[in-house]
Design a protein around this ligand. Sequence first.
Ligand code: BTN
Length: 234
Amino acid sequence: MIIGRKLYYLDSVDSTNVYAKSLINKVPEGTVVLANLQTEGKGRFGKNWYSPEGGIWMSTILKSANISLMSIAAGVAVCETFHINGIILGIKWPNDILLNGKKVAGILTEIVDDTVILGIGINLNISKFPDELDGSASSIFLETKKHLDKKMICDLLYKQLDECYLMLKNNMVFGLLTKWRHYTVLLGKEVIVEMGDRKLSGRVLDINNNGALVIMCSNDKVQYIIGGTCHMKK
Ligand code: BTN
């Protein structure tokens, strides 16, 4: 197994992604940095990521050319981990993991030269969120009333991540995307995608082999989206 072959367990850290970056070229591929809490957890687009005790905050050091597919692989691995525990999560492209329509996990991939830092945050056993999150975030515990053992979930997640990563390395992209299609909440849905100051609306047709979201726009043109944020129309 590649993922978790070396593990750094920290009680408190600013951000596991930042810590993992400091280890590049010093540790083997698949090294995981796991923290009990983060004081400056990072979300996408420079946002803060609320990271108290009770969550899973981890970053894995990997080599892969395709950052979009890495995020897809990580999303699938998170969903598989909880599926095995009887909890069905949904993926909103590119990397929001939802339960009952609320965000319970997120993925932040960063590239440094030929290295990918794959950051995964899972709101596992968190019982309260700050008001400013406006009810958009929740935890596995709050949504299911189940208190799952963190170590058990982490061990399972390494295994699932390993399987998905190997699929990527062995060019089994179709198999990976088939799993993604199974978990996504987006297929056939009307969405608005924001990319910087550009907005696009249409119906989600599929995901392509590069991990781009395929959308049929209102003007009947098909667009392929990499990056950005996707909102489902009410
Ligand atoms: C998102 O905005 O959806 C991505 C959130 C990613 C959070 C994780 S927690 C572990 C890793 N370390 C960080 O600082 N961020 C990621």
